[in-house]
Ligand binder design. Structure first.
Ligand SMILES: [Fe+2]
Length: 394
Protein backbone atom coordinates (compact mmCIF):
# COMPACT_ATOMS: atom_id res chain seq x y z
CA UNK A 1 0.00 0.00 0.00
CA UNK A 2 1.43 3.44 -0.88
CA UNK A 3 2.74 5.60 1.95
CA UNK A 4 0.37 8.21 3.36
CA UNK A 5 3.14 10.50 4.58
CA UNK A 6 2.68 12.83 1.65
CA UNK A 7 -0.90 13.70 2.59
CA UNK A 8 -1.48 17.38 3.12
CA UNK A 9 -2.46 17.80 6.76
CA UNK A 10 -2.71 20.64 9.28
CA UNK A 11 -0.95 18.17 11.56
CA UNK A 12 1.41 16.53 12.25
CA UNK A 13 2.75 19.90 13.23
CA UNK A 14 6.38 19.82 12.12
CA UNK A 15 6.81 16.17 13.13
CA UNK A 16 7.25 13.39 10.61
CA UNK A 17 4.91 10.48 11.24
CA UNK A 18 5.79 7.11 9.74
CA UNK A 19 3.37 5.54 7.29
CA UNK A 20 4.21 2.03 8.50
CA UNK A 21 2.65 -0.05 9.81
CA UNK A 22 -0.24 0.63 7.49
CA UNK A 23 -3.95 0.16 8.13
CA UNK A 24 -5.20 -3.27 7.06
CA UNK A 25 -8.88 -2.95 8.01
CA UNK A 26 -11.36 -0.46 9.43
CA UNK A 27 -14.86 -0.71 10.76
CA UNK A 28 -17.27 1.54 12.61
CA UNK A 29 -20.42 1.23 14.66
CA UNK A 30 -21.03 4.97 14.36
CA UNK A 31 -19.91 5.85 17.88
CA UNK A 32 -16.45 4.36 17.55
CA UNK A 33 -14.00 3.43 14.81
CA UNK A 34 -11.78 0.34 15.02
CA UNK A 35 -8.55 0.24 13.05
CA UNK A 36 -6.58 -2.96 12.54
CA UNK A 37 -2.94 -2.45 11.66
CA UNK A 38 -0.66 -4.55 9.51
CA UNK A 39 1.28 -5.61 12.62
CA UNK A 40 -1.91 -6.99 14.20
CA UNK A 41 -2.57 -4.22 16.73
CA UNK A 42 -6.13 -2.97 17.00
CA UNK A 43 -6.80 0.67 17.91
CA UNK A 44 -10.15 2.24 18.75
CA UNK A 45 -11.21 5.88 18.58
CA UNK A 46 -14.41 7.67 19.54
CA UNK A 47 -16.35 9.57 16.87
CA UNK A 48 -16.27 12.77 18.93
CA UNK A 49 -12.46 12.58 19.26
CA UNK A 50 -12.02 12.04 15.53
CA UNK A 51 -14.46 14.81 14.65
CA UNK A 52 -12.70 17.18 17.07
CA UNK A 53 -9.35 16.45 15.40
CA UNK A 54 -10.55 16.28 11.83
CA UNK A 55 -7.98 17.85 9.48
CA UNK A 56 -10.56 20.22 8.11
CA UNK A 57 -10.12 23.96 7.45
CA UNK A 58 -13.24 24.85 9.45
CA UNK A 59 -12.00 22.82 12.41
CA UNK A 60 -8.32 23.77 12.43
CA UNK A 61 -6.50 26.91 11.46
CA UNK A 62 -4.02 25.31 9.08
CA UNK A 63 -1.58 28.20 9.38
CA UNK A 64 -1.35 28.30 13.17
CA UNK A 65 -2.02 24.57 13.67
CA UNK A 66 -4.49 25.41 16.41
CA UNK A 67 -8.14 24.52 16.88
CA UNK A 68 -10.56 27.08 15.51
CA UNK A 69 -13.66 25.62 17.19
CA UNK A 70 -14.55 24.70 20.74
CA UNK A 71 -15.46 21.17 21.76
CA UNK A 72 -19.16 22.00 22.18
CA UNK A 73 -19.60 23.15 18.57
CA UNK A 74 -20.47 19.78 17.00
CA UNK A 75 -24.07 18.77 16.35
CA UNK A 76 -26.08 16.43 18.56
CA UNK A 77 -26.21 12.87 17.27
CA UNK A 78 -22.67 13.07 15.90
CA UNK A 79 -21.50 9.77 14.48
CA UNK A 80 -19.22 8.29 11.83
CA UNK A 81 -21.43 7.24 8.90
CA UNK A 82 -18.70 5.87 6.62
CA UNK A 83 -15.12 4.68 7.10
CA UNK A 84 -12.71 3.55 4.39
CA UNK A 85 -8.99 3.20 3.64
CA UNK A 86 -7.84 5.45 0.79
CA UNK A 87 -5.52 4.52 -2.06
CA UNK A 88 -2.74 6.37 -0.23
CA UNK A 89 -3.30 4.36 2.95
CA UNK A 90 -5.05 7.07 4.95
CA UNK A 91 -8.34 6.78 6.83
CA UNK A 92 -11.28 8.51 5.18
CA UNK A 93 -14.26 9.21 7.45
CA UNK A 94 -17.65 10.80 6.87
CA UNK A 95 -19.32 12.41 9.86
CA UNK A 96 -23.13 12.60 10.16
CA UNK A 97 -25.26 14.62 10.36
CA UNK A 98 -22.83 17.27 8.98
CA UNK A 99 -21.79 15.19 6.00
CA UNK A 100 -18.19 16.29 6.60
CA UNK A 101 -15.50 14.20 4.94
CA UNK A 102 -12.05 14.10 6.55
CA UNK A 103 -8.88 12.18 5.77
CA UNK A 104 -6.63 11.15 8.64
CA UNK A 105 -2.92 10.36 8.32
CA UNK A 106 -2.34 6.75 9.42
CA UNK A 107 0.83 7.70 11.30
CA UNK A 108 -1.02 10.40 13.23
CA UNK A 109 -3.72 7.91 14.19
CA UNK A 110 -1.15 5.40 15.36
CA UNK A 111 0.71 8.05 17.37
CA UNK A 112 -2.52 9.10 19.06
CA UNK A 113 -3.87 5.65 19.87
CA UNK A 114 -5.30 6.40 23.28
CA UNK A 115 -7.12 3.04 23.39
CA UNK A 116 -3.75 1.35 23.89
CA UNK A 117 -2.33 4.32 25.82
CA UNK A 118 0.36 4.70 23.19
CA UNK A 119 2.32 7.91 23.23
CA UNK A 120 5.06 8.92 20.87
CA UNK A 121 5.97 12.04 22.79
CA UNK A 122 9.79 12.06 22.87
CA UNK A 123 9.59 14.12 26.06
CA UNK A 124 7.45 11.52 27.87
CA UNK A 125 10.49 10.21 29.73
CA UNK A 126 9.70 8.26 32.88
CA UNK A 127 11.72 9.47 35.86
CA UNK A 128 14.19 7.04 37.37
CA UNK A 129 14.37 7.74 41.12
CA UNK A 130 17.90 7.35 42.46
CA UNK A 131 19.85 7.28 45.69
CA UNK A 132 23.43 8.42 46.00
CA UNK A 133 24.44 4.95 47.15
CA UNK A 134 23.28 3.43 43.85
CA UNK A 135 24.09 6.23 41.41
CA UNK A 136 27.86 6.34 41.58
CA UNK A 137 28.19 9.63 39.71
CA UNK A 138 25.98 12.44 38.55
CA UNK A 139 25.09 11.86 34.85
CA UNK A 140 27.94 13.70 33.12
CA UNK A 141 28.47 14.87 29.56
CA UNK A 142 31.15 16.66 27.59
CA UNK A 143 30.15 20.31 27.43
CA UNK A 144 33.00 22.05 25.61
CA UNK A 145 30.83 22.46 22.48
CA UNK A 146 27.43 22.62 24.13
CA UNK A 147 26.57 25.93 22.44
CA UNK A 148 26.70 24.28 19.00
CA UNK A 149 26.53 20.51 19.51
CA UNK A 150 22.88 19.43 19.27
CA UNK A 151 23.56 15.74 19.97
CA UNK A 152 25.35 16.57 23.24
CA UNK A 153 22.55 18.95 24.15
CA UNK A 154 19.95 16.25 23.53
CA UNK A 155 21.82 13.64 25.61
CA UNK A 156 22.17 16.07 28.51
CA UNK A 157 18.51 17.12 28.43
CA UNK A 158 17.20 13.56 28.28
CA UNK A 159 19.30 12.72 31.36
CA UNK A 160 17.84 15.72 33.19
CA UNK A 161 14.33 14.51 32.33
CA UNK A 162 15.09 10.99 33.57
CA UNK A 163 17.33 11.56 36.58
CA UNK A 164 16.37 15.12 37.42
CA UNK A 165 19.92 16.37 36.89
CA UNK A 166 22.93 16.28 34.61
CA UNK A 167 26.40 17.79 34.56
CA UNK A 168 28.38 19.22 31.71
CA UNK A 169 32.16 19.36 32.04
CA UNK A 170 34.66 21.67 30.36
CA UNK A 171 32.16 24.44 29.69
CA UNK A 172 33.77 27.83 29.13
CA UNK A 173 34.33 29.65 32.42
CA UNK A 174 33.58 33.02 30.89
CA UNK A 175 31.26 35.20 32.97
CA UNK A 176 27.65 34.86 31.68
CA UNK A 177 28.09 31.49 29.96
CA UNK A 178 25.34 29.94 32.12
CA UNK A 179 22.81 32.27 30.49
CA UNK A 180 23.92 31.27 27.00
CA UNK A 181 23.66 27.57 27.86
CA UNK A 182 20.25 27.96 29.52
CA UNK A 183 18.97 29.84 26.48
CA UNK A 184 19.92 26.88 24.32
CA UNK A 185 16.94 25.25 26.05
CA UNK A 186 14.55 28.19 26.24
CA UNK A 187 13.77 31.47 27.96
CA UNK A 188 15.18 31.89 31.44
CA UNK A 189 13.11 32.93 34.43
CA UNK A 190 14.23 36.01 36.21
CA UNK A 191 13.71 36.68 39.92
CA UNK A 192 14.46 39.34 42.49
CA UNK A 193 17.98 37.88 42.56
CA UNK A 194 18.36 38.87 38.90
CA UNK A 195 18.32 37.08 35.59
CA UNK A 196 21.61 35.56 36.64
CA UNK A 197 22.90 35.21 40.21
CA UNK A 198 26.42 34.93 41.52
CA UNK A 199 26.83 32.43 44.34
CA UNK A 200 29.82 33.67 46.27
CA UNK A 201 30.47 35.04 49.71
CA UNK A 202 29.35 38.66 49.73
CA UNK A 203 29.37 41.62 52.04
CA UNK A 204 25.85 42.21 53.46
CA UNK A 205 24.38 39.02 51.94
CA UNK A 206 20.61 38.80 51.35
CA UNK A 207 20.68 35.00 51.32
CA UNK A 208 22.52 32.26 53.19
CA UNK A 209 23.66 31.15 49.73
CA UNK A 210 25.94 34.21 49.61
CA UNK A 211 27.95 33.17 52.67
CA UNK A 212 30.33 30.30 53.44
CA UNK A 213 27.65 28.54 55.52
CA UNK A 214 26.61 24.99 54.81
CA UNK A 215 23.30 24.84 52.97
CA UNK A 216 20.91 22.09 53.99
CA UNK A 217 19.37 20.32 50.96
CA UNK A 218 16.61 22.53 49.63
CA UNK A 219 14.70 23.71 46.60
CA UNK A 220 14.96 27.35 45.53
CA UNK A 221 12.16 29.89 45.67
CA UNK A 222 9.48 27.83 47.38
CA UNK A 223 8.32 31.25 48.52
CA UNK A 224 6.76 31.69 45.05
CA UNK A 225 3.44 30.42 43.82
CA UNK A 226 5.30 28.51 41.12
CA UNK A 227 8.75 27.18 41.95
CA UNK A 228 11.23 27.38 39.07
CA UNK A 229 11.34 24.05 37.29
CA UNK A 230 15.01 24.20 36.31
CA UNK A 231 18.07 25.59 38.02
CA UNK A 232 21.51 25.95 36.46
CA UNK A 233 24.73 26.24 38.47
CA UNK A 234 27.97 26.92 36.64
CA UNK A 235 31.30 26.74 38.44
CA UNK A 236 33.60 29.52 37.32
CA UNK A 237 36.11 29.36 40.17
CA UNK A 238 36.62 26.89 43.02
CA UNK A 239 39.79 26.72 45.04
CA UNK A 240 38.35 26.79 48.58
CA UNK A 241 38.62 23.82 50.90
CA UNK A 242 35.14 22.32 51.47
CA UNK A 243 31.96 23.48 49.81
CA UNK A 244 31.21 20.14 48.17
CA UNK A 245 27.94 19.97 46.24
CA UNK A 246 25.09 17.83 47.59
CA UNK A 247 22.20 16.62 45.45
CA UNK A 248 19.30 14.43 46.61
CA UNK A 249 16.44 12.98 44.57
CA UNK A 250 13.27 13.87 46.47
CA UNK A 251 11.35 11.28 44.44
CA UNK A 252 13.38 8.52 46.10
CA UNK A 253 13.06 10.10 49.54
CA UNK A 254 9.30 10.59 49.16
CA UNK A 255 8.93 7.01 47.92
CA UNK A 256 10.68 5.68 51.04
CA UNK A 257 8.66 7.89 53.38
CA UNK A 258 5.44 6.79 51.73
CA UNK A 259 6.36 3.11 52.26
CA UNK A 260 7.98 3.33 55.67
CA UNK A 261 6.25 6.25 57.40
CA UNK A 262 2.77 6.69 55.89
CA UNK A 263 1.68 9.10 58.64
CA UNK A 264 4.66 11.34 57.91
CA UNK A 265 3.89 11.19 54.21
CA UNK A 266 0.28 12.16 54.85
CA UNK A 267 1.34 15.14 56.96
CA UNK A 268 3.90 16.30 54.38
CA UNK A 269 1.28 16.21 51.62
CA UNK A 270 -1.63 17.67 53.59
CA UNK A 271 -0.30 20.26 56.04
CA UNK A 272 0.90 23.52 54.48
CA UNK A 273 4.03 25.23 55.76
CA UNK A 274 4.65 28.93 55.32
CA UNK A 275 7.85 30.19 53.70
CA UNK A 276 8.99 33.77 53.36
CA UNK A 277 11.89 35.61 51.75
CA UNK A 278 12.31 39.18 52.86
CA UNK A 279 14.73 41.81 51.68
CA UNK A 280 14.76 45.58 51.74
CA UNK A 281 12.51 45.90 48.68
CA UNK A 282 10.81 42.51 48.46
CA UNK A 283 8.60 40.36 50.65
CA UNK A 284 7.74 36.99 49.13
CA UNK A 285 5.59 34.49 51.02
CA UNK A 286 3.88 31.26 50.09
CA UNK A 287 2.02 28.57 51.99
CA UNK A 288 2.34 25.05 50.66
CA UNK A 289 2.57 21.38 51.61
CA UNK A 290 6.17 20.11 51.41
CA UNK A 291 5.25 17.28 49.04
CA UNK A 292 2.75 18.17 46.34
CA UNK A 293 0.89 15.32 44.65
CA UNK A 294 -0.28 15.42 41.04
CA UNK A 295 -3.74 14.43 39.79
CA UNK A 296 -2.52 10.82 39.50
CA UNK A 297 -1.60 10.72 43.20
CA UNK A 298 2.11 10.55 42.40
CA UNK A 299 4.68 13.02 43.75
CA UNK A 300 4.64 16.04 41.45
CA UNK A 301 7.04 18.33 43.28
CA UNK A 302 8.79 19.03 46.54
CA UNK A 303 8.84 22.49 48.07
CA UNK A 304 11.36 22.84 50.83
CA UNK A 305 13.55 25.84 51.47
CA UNK A 306 14.04 25.12 55.16
CA UNK A 307 15.97 28.27 55.93
CA UNK A 308 12.99 30.34 54.70
CA UNK A 309 10.36 28.71 56.91
CA UNK A 310 8.04 31.08 58.74
CA UNK A 311 5.79 30.70 61.76
CA UNK A 312 3.11 28.17 60.77
CA UNK A 313 -0.30 29.28 59.61
CA UNK A 314 -2.05 26.10 60.74
CA UNK A 315 -4.81 25.07 63.15
CA UNK A 316 -3.30 24.95 66.65
CA UNK A 317 -3.63 21.19 67.03
CA UNK A 318 -1.91 20.49 63.67
CA UNK A 319 1.36 22.23 64.58
CA UNK A 320 2.96 19.31 66.50
CA UNK A 321 2.12 16.93 63.63
CA UNK A 322 3.58 19.35 61.07
CA UNK A 323 6.80 19.69 63.07
CA UNK A 324 7.08 15.93 63.63
CA UNK A 325 6.80 15.36 59.88
CA UNK A 326 9.33 18.10 59.06
CA UNK A 327 11.77 16.65 61.63
CA UNK A 328 11.36 13.16 60.18
CA UNK A 329 12.01 14.49 56.68
CA UNK A 330 15.11 16.43 57.75
CA UNK A 331 16.49 13.41 59.62
CA UNK A 332 16.04 11.32 56.49
CA UNK A 333 17.72 13.95 54.32
CA UNK A 334 20.81 13.65 56.55
CA UNK A 335 21.05 9.92 55.77
CA UNK A 336 24.12 9.67 53.53
CA UNK A 337 22.52 6.96 51.40
CA UNK A 338 20.47 9.56 49.55
CA UNK A 339 23.08 12.18 48.65
CA UNK A 340 25.39 12.55 45.70
CA UNK A 341 28.36 14.62 46.77
CA UNK A 342 31.20 16.00 44.69
CA UNK A 343 33.49 18.98 44.37
CA UNK A 344 32.64 21.45 41.62
CA UNK A 345 35.46 21.93 39.13
CA UNK A 346 35.72 25.11 37.08
CA UNK A 347 33.82 24.44 33.86
CA UNK A 348 31.20 22.21 35.53
CA UNK A 349 27.67 23.23 34.71
CA UNK A 350 24.87 21.35 36.48
CA UNK A 351 21.23 21.65 35.48
CA UNK A 352 18.63 20.12 37.77
CA UNK A 353 14.88 19.93 38.22
CA UNK A 354 14.40 22.36 41.08
CA UNK A 355 10.99 20.86 41.90
CA UNK A 356 12.39 17.33 42.22
CA UNK A 357 16.08 17.54 43.20
CA UNK A 358 17.19 19.03 46.50
CA UNK A 359 20.53 20.78 46.38
CA UNK A 360 22.87 21.90 49.11
CA UNK A 361 26.52 22.28 49.97
CA UNK A 362 29.02 21.74 52.71
CA UNK A 363 30.44 24.77 54.49
CA UNK A 364 33.56 26.41 53.11
CA UNK A 365 36.04 29.02 54.27
CA UNK A 366 35.60 32.10 52.07
CA UNK A 367 39.12 33.18 53.05
CA UNK A 368 40.68 29.89 51.88
CA UNK A 369 40.52 30.65 48.15
CA UNK A 370 37.92 31.66 45.60
CA UNK A 371 34.56 30.05 44.99
CA UNK A 372 32.24 31.47 42.33
CA UNK A 373 29.16 29.75 40.99
CA UNK A 374 26.84 31.50 38.59
CA UNK A 375 23.23 30.42 38.26
CA UNK A 376 19.89 31.07 36.64
CA UNK A 377 16.43 29.52 36.43
CA UNK A 378 14.16 28.23 33.73
CA UNK A 379 11.13 25.93 33.61
CA UNK A 380 10.35 22.25 33.12
CA UNK A 381 8.25 22.99 30.04
CA UNK A 382 11.25 24.58 28.30
CA UNK A 383 13.22 21.36 28.84
CA UNK A 384 10.39 19.22 27.44
CA UNK A 385 9.83 21.52 24.47
CA UNK A 386 13.52 21.50 23.53
CA UNK A 387 13.68 17.68 23.81
CA UNK A 388 10.76 17.44 21.35
CA UNK A 389 12.25 19.91 18.90
CA UNK A 390 15.65 18.17 18.99
CA UNK A 391 13.92 14.83 18.41
CA UNK A 392 12.33 16.13 15.17
CA UNK A 393 15.67 16.10 13.44
CA UNK A 394 16.50 12.51 14.36
FE1 LIG B 1 19.77 27.11 46.46
Amino acid sequence: MPASASLSMPYPAYAEYPSAPGISAVQTDGGTVSVRWEDGLESRYHAIFLRDHAPDPDTFNFETREHSREADSYPAGLKVSQAAITEAGALRLTFAPEGLNATFHSGWLRANDYSNRVTQDPAAIAPTPWRGETLSEIPTFEGANILTDEAALSDWLVAIAEYGLGRLRNVSTQDGTVLKVARRIGPVRTSNFGEIFDVKAKVSPDSNAYTGLALFPHTDLCTREYEPGLQFLHCIENSVPGGNALYIDALAVAHDIRNEEPETFEALTALPWSFSNRAKDTDYRWRTPIIVLGPDGEVAEIRLTGFLRSPPDLPFDDVPRAYAAMQALCTRLRDPKYALSFAYAPGDLVCFDNRRILHGREAFDPGGGSRWLQGCYSEREELLSRIRVLARGK
